[in-house]
Ligand binder design. Sequence first.
Ligand code: GLV
Ligand code: MG
Length: 326
Amino acid sequence: MSFTIIDPAPARLNRSELAVPGSSPKFFEKAAQSKADVIFLDLEDAVAPDDKPQARKNIIEALNDIDWGDKVISVRVNGLDTHYMYRDVIDIIEQGGERCDLFMIPKVGTAADVYALDMLVSQCEAAVGRKKRMGFELIIETALGMQNIHEIAAASKRNESLHFGVADYAASTKAHTTGIGGPNPMYGVLTDKEEGKDRDYHWGDMWHYAIARMVVAARANGLRPIDGPFGDFSDPDGYKAQAMRATVLGCEGKWAIHPSQIGLANEINTPSDAEITKARRILEEMEKAQKEGKGAVSIDGKLIDIASIKQAEVMVAKAEAIAAKD
Ligand code: GLV
Ligand code: MG
């Protein structure tokens, strides 16, 4: 272990994160009844400029009046480059009571963006005597944000999670796509020419680098990495494939931009019974091995060692948190 100890963000389940436009209050009750772990009420890109003041009012009313149960509630405020953001923050803290847990900050570009928002939120919280500290979810969705991701992740004690905003990221990097997430048939490799053999074309994942980089920055700072949207909500198989590859890389959850995606995200980010059983077996076998003075043993013909204990503990802790909630 390094001598530098990383404090983890407050533990919260974040398997699915449902996006709900603040301008559509008719969806709020249904969202509150859903199985989403986290809900973000949106004031940013899902809300047209003329609707922003009303969306803010809708969200404040919903924070005060709706029974959100055990859901983690977030509000996505507008970007720091707009004139909406300061009012989003002030009104939500002054009028929204204590129900909101997190602010989601879009298009974060530098650590100073987070610092500035931290200052404003700290002043508002102190002025109203808020007891619960607002946490931050940061969307990494610009080339600038991806460049500065490590400093951004470390910029505030309020930081809880990093999110990969694939749609804006594609626009910012001028990637050759118009979809929201998903693969692109132009991104692939052709196998070598071989006498008498057909060549295969393998699609690649054009978002691999961005997600892997976000996972490292998040984990190195004790934050949750979360994969962002998949726009084609009529393609559950495509959604599942995208969610799975993010989870395999270390993400804890994925956005749902449609209620039908909530169950898929929860399923993929919940360890299966077989995985949990195996993790518990690893812990038992390693405990026995350590009593016998051994650092490594084999299970089913495969090596496990002290690193396997840590992997298994992560799996079991997640399973226990999910069991406690469900
Ligand atoms: C999310 O905000 C995105 O741009 O993908
Ligand atoms: Mg975006």
